[in-house]
Design a binder for this molecule. Structure first.
Ligand code: ZN
Length: 131
């Protein structure tokens, strides 16, 4: 991959990567651990784990991706979900700053159709391999 293409791949989703870094920094202050895997930063455990465990069934996810940053409950959970979250990283690389509005729009459209706004979301179907 050319240096220019690599730069664009990281710069285009940078606004959301910045959000992930800010949340991840807060989580690391509260004990989360940071790892770099390929071209993605993975932040697990600490406050993220405690908050998600406390939320229990009210919280429908155990990992979330912001650009090139993945926040997850713990390392084992992320290891099991890594392939799914990597698809979201690729989606951020394609959609850049438009990813979150497009994701939310897809959820809204599915909800208006009476479908599950999470599992029927186009981006989730692609990440789950259903698209
Ligand atoms: Zn997903």
């Amino acid at each position: 991959m050319s240096a220019l293409r690599r730069l664009v791949r990281h710069a285009w989703p940078l606004p959301w990567t910045t959000v992930g870094l800010a949340l991840g920094l807060l989580a690391m202050i509260a004990g989360a651990r940071l790892r770099r895997v390929d071209h993605t930063l993975e932040i697990t455990g600490g406050a993220i784990g405690r908050i998600l465990r406390r939320a229990g069934t009210r919280c429908p996810f155990v990992a979330i991706t912001f650009g090139h940053v993945v926040l997850a409950l713990d390392h084992d959970t992320l290891a099991a979900l890594r392939a799914h979250e990597r698809i979201h990283v690729q989606q951020y690389e394609r959609w850049g700053p438009l990813f979150v509005p497009a994701y939310l729009g897809s959820s809204l459209l599915q909800w208006l159709r009476g479908q599950d706004p999470y599992r029927s979301n186009w981006f989730e179907r692609e990440a789950f391999g259903d698209a």
